[in-house]
Write a protein that binds this ligand. Sequence first.
Ligand code: ATP
Ligand code: MG
Length: 571
Amino acid sequence: MSVAETDLDERPRDFIRDIVRSDLATGRVEAVVTRFPPEPNGYLHIGHAKSICLNFGVGRDFGGRCHMRFDDTNPTREEHEYIDAIQRDVRWLGFDWGEHLYFASDHFECLYEWARHLIRGGDAYVDDLSADEIRERRGTLTEPGADSPWRDRPADESLDLFARMRAGEFPDGARVLRARIDMASGNINMRDPVLYRIRHAEHPRTGADWCIYPTYDFAHGQSDAVEGVTHSLCTLEFEDHRPLYDWLIERLPTPCVPRQYEFARLNLTYTVMSKRALIRLVQEGHVAGWDDPRMPTLCGMRRRGVPPEAVRDFIGRIGVAKAGNLVDVAMLEHCIRDRLNKRAPRRMGVLDPLKVVIENYPAGEEEALEAVNNPEDREAGVRAVPFGREIFIERDDFMEEPPRKFFRLAPGREVRLRYAYFVTCTGVVRDASGEVVELRCRYDPETRGGNAPDGRKVKGTLHWVSAARAAPAEVRLYDRLFGKPDMSARGDFIADLNPDSVTVLRDCRVEPEARNTAEGAVVQFERQGYFCVDPDTTKDNLVFNRTIGLRDTWAKIRRAEGRRARGGNGP
Ligand code: ATP
Ligand code: MG
């Protein structure tokens, strides 16, 4: 699918795009090159979507390009599964990197040479201290660190030891390569940061070729430089790493000078987003997997039926800034509804069926009624829905003793069956325990299509399905995974899991046409919400996920805010 046809075509403005615009105008860069640089140690989540839309969006908006780069410098936590899943998810979101797929590990040989370049220039040294000893000497925010006794080791000695580190002569942790900067720097990242560590581990791509691996700081900016990245966009936690980023680029014979810019991470209410937390949810079995429809992962959202356009729309609306923010998940939900409302075909499905026998409808007869597929989209056309003597309606659309304002079915009351007829409830049938198991109704044959020729009105319109022709289905309803709005505070997020985040209904009935819904496609079950066909579906068991209900809390919040702003009757 091409992104050009979508909302993203309107070029947004933000401080990053302003920088790019000015760099192009002044000629600092000729063509913009960005990259999306995930570490392949988990699945992508909605927070990553912000980075993806920004990086690929900037590349596209300014006629440049965006690379897909895996930051695979930590062999012990990375897996092929993640590398494949990440690519699938970025494509799903609507972006493509053409031939520009890179791995930091592609650059290992170059990074090694650049490390030797630093050593030769007196800018790096092999340190024999252990990780603990290095930590102890690092100092604090208020106190300077202490020089390592190996700091002034001659370059030749460091070069020799570095080669032997690579050759596998030393065990893990025996030595590291450090930049030689300033142990008294106010920025702890500049206190002789580690550039290489020994790790005898199989790497998913380079296998056993290497037993020394560069750190993030010595891989990221260097990969940017090798690939010709002009604007290296990352989240704010890397702001303090920027001086080191620049220090290294300045000293290395790089083919270009990339610059790093930071923006705020996306945080969402009722949502945890760090991969570490998501891995825990999966490993401890709190969810069914990475693609559990309750997960904020892109694959979870896809399985839930969220259209990628809705995610892009949402990311476009929240914008890009430096100030940290916690975005109301209702805004994302609004974008999902907005998109689905325009696209999802309407169907009828009954989640909690109650049988209705229409006593004056001839037994054994059936007729096809015409139903509109999507009132928002005339071109979606109409379909035929079978109607007969026995139908199902929603159990909670009937009350024996209705309170005021309950306008649905009740004894003696007339309502409209959507696209069908007016019916009046004439009796109830109970089982031995007294529970209502069936309703008896009469219909008015003059009201075919749902309107009375004499102009009489009814207050309620119900959805329904033909008992003879409806398909049985399982429906999974989802609620928020967490019960607390602000999940950003550290602590045991497991305690905040919502115990009722999923409800499985196994005895639902859907109109025959709903059976033709493709896996992953979304329909609206009228009055119930949006539902997509889950991949768990088999020949004998049709499974729907509720993507989202119909009620739009975000629109309500905005309306209330609007009223308040106009000095209206807000609280
Ligand atoms: P997490 O903290 O969830 O483990 P990460 O930052 O370790 O994420 P990476 O794989 O390193 O994950 O991220 C790839 C890119 O996505 C990085 O540039 C990172 O800054 C960006 N990113 C990650 N989380 C968010 C977020 N919540 N909002 C915006 N960008 C994000
Ligand atoms: Mg990371």
